[in-house]
Design a protein around this ligand. Structure first.
Ligand SMILES: C[S@@+](CC[C@H](N)C(=O)[O-])C[C@H]1O[C@@H](n2cnc3c(N)ncnc32)[C@H](O)[C@@H]1O
Length: 295
């Protein structure tokens, strides 16, 4: 794929070298746990240091945690916390084809497969996250889990997936209703659309003039009512909110595997309920909805 070529990203050469230097394993077994775990038998146990260097070369590791052979990857996010919030719908994933939009390095895809999904297609335009997935796949060799370097705008909008997830993407889209319309267009009738987003606790949506929690690309933090209204307008029914939780510094923080600044630096040092810009601190909600046939 052209996006994995050297011409497409200045760091590609380094990432490809890191992948090619991952040490060989004589066996690999995947286990579902808070840290997605690859139990590996390295062909030469002395190569554990090389494995560490290769995985570190794929910095920053944002979504996880992971246990890859002897290496524990303590990622910026405790994504297992978000996974636990999805518990009410996890049994519905069995036997399904899933699209995960903005999937990062594919952490949730592994959890979905362990919950019985038959196939997971993740898309994410950030190439280093796709390379992290390739590092995991170098050992896991799963035939039905992809992380493709695509944006949602590049997908053909046909109903192809039983369930469609969009987690942490809506507020990065300039036109949130268009994003929700696309999610609906991709979801089979009778399937599930899972939308996780930053939101505000009313009464009005927040449209930051400049940054939100130091992020430049946040366009709108809707209220829960606004999101329900958009989902209805897009042709969904059976809408439920399965979780609303604040994001705490214990869930999103700098680590040895994500050395940039993180949530702590984005909050007001004198009032953790506010961002440094004076906005309400991050609050996230998970909405589940079912597209219905047009009337
Ligand atoms: C905040 S992260 C969320 C990652 C993961 N879904 C989660 O919930 O932890 C947003 C991800 O969306 C990706 N992204 C941004 N714009 C996108 C787009 N137009 N289409 C698909 N993914 C996009 C980013 O590269 C990033 O990895």
């Amino acid at each position: 794929m052209a996006r994995f070529t050297l011409a497409h990203h200045g760091d590609m050469q380094g990432w490809q070298t890191a992948l090619s230097q991952l040490p060989a394993a004589t066996s690999a077994e995947l286990f579902d746990a808070a840290s997605v775990t690859l139990k590996l038998e390295l062909a030469d146990p002395a190569h554990a240091d090389q494995m560490l260097a290769s995985l570190q070369a794929l910095h920053p590791w944002r979504k996880g945690p992971w246990q890859i052979g002897p290496i524990h990857i303590d990622t910026e996010w405790r994504s297992d916390w978000k996974w636990n919030r999805l518990k009410p719908i996890v049994t519905s994933l069995a036997g399904s084809r899933i699209l995960d939009i903005g999937c990062g390095n594919g952490y949730f895809g592994w959890r979905m497969l362990a919950a019985g999904a038959t196939e997971v297609v993740g898309i994410d335009p950030t190439l280093v996250f796709c390379m992290q997935h390739q590092a995991v796949q170098r050992y896991a060799r799963h035939p039905r889990h992809w992380v493709l370097p695509l944006r949602i705008e590049e997908l053909p909008l046909t109903r192809q997936f039983d369930h469609v997830f969009s987690m942490g993407v809506l507020y990065h889209r300039r036109d949130p209703l268009e994003h929700i319309n696309s999610l609906v267009a991709l979801t089979e009738l009778g399937g599930m659309l899972v939308l996780e987003t930053l939101l505000v606790d009313g009464p009005d949506s927040l449209r930051p003039n400049d940054r939100y929690a130091r992020m430049r690309n946040v366009w709108c933090l809707p209220t829960a009512d606004q999101i329900i209204d958009w989902l209805e307008q897009a042709g969904c029914g059976d809408i439920t909110i399965i979780d609303v939780s604040p994001t705490l510094v214990a869930e999103q923080r700098s680590t040895a595997w994500m050395r940039f600044e993180s949530l702590a630096e984005a909050l007001d040092p004198t009032d953790s309920k506010r961002t440094v810009e004076g906005h309400p601190a991050p609050l996230r909600g998970i909405f589940v909805a079912r597209p219905h046939a047009a009337k």
